[in-house]
Design a protein around this ligand. Sequence first.
Ligand code: F6P
Length: 327
Amino acid sequence: MNKLKHIAVLTSGGDAPGMNAAIRAVVRAAIYYDLQVTGILRGYEGLINGDFIEMERKSVANIIQRGGTILKTARSDAFRTKEGRNQAYNQLKSNDIDALVVIGGDGTFTGANLFSEEFNYPIVGLPGTIDNDLEGTDFTIGYDTAINTVINAVDKIRDTAESHDRLFIVEVMGRDSGLIALRSGIGVGAEAIMIPEANMGVEGLVTRLESGRKDKSSKIIIVAEGDEVGGAFNVGEVLKQRFPLYDIRISVLGHIQRGGKPSCMDRVLASRLGVSAVEGLLNGQSRDMVGLKNGEIVFTPFDHAIKHIDAKEITPAWLKLVEILSL
Ligand code: F6P
């Protein structure tokens, strides 16, 4: 085991439900292994500015169920500069912090990878993003809660759509990834799901609606924000012209998808990964993200975790499933 004495933890990038459960697990594991543990506020911004707080067992009491992040988060431009990273390193050194746990998504890991390489500094990452767009873990912390938030919202939209015989176009988050749209779309029985990985296009959607059943009183189209159509309003414009008899409404779910109590799946995932991150650091792991694949804890180098090429590939089987179910 490594001779670490003092570690720090931060959350960075967009918040995700389950980040608090992850912080709690890191802090409790650190205490269990007799390490001092510091919380860094507002991600890399706080690291550069020395915005540190001492964490103890009680600092993370009653947070496992809370959305957001008690450490707050930010997207840091300063950390992209060499000067900013130098300041960050000096803060760590002057506070005798031997290693870092970072919780976030691809931006967080890109920064961590660079920093760890430049200063030969040990860092392990936890995948905390609703987008589920990282390699090396079946699910990211926050994804399960987000898709449940989406289906709860769209179930409500379905009630009113059904009452008014309306077609709703619902836009969901995910940045470049269609994974939130895909799973939640299947979960709500959407008539069509538009994701960047499939590129159905508005014409493809029109064809699907023309060939679909005419006796359905409500229709729900789920559009991933990253789809090339450029958002639900663009889709709405085209559909209003092509189907003048349809009563069409648009709903952009927005940041509601990032909030709320984490699901049990996310709490347990965050707890397992948080403890494993600390154990990983103690075992000499660095520049790796810890994830869960097929039920097993795995460590994946940051530069592979952030590659989007084959990240959570949406296979033809998934697309066929969507087609079969939307009849
Ligand atoms: O990465 C998480 C995410 O919620 C994306 O799904 C979305 O595109 C983006 O963050 C929104 O970021 P912001 O909160 O900065 O608007």
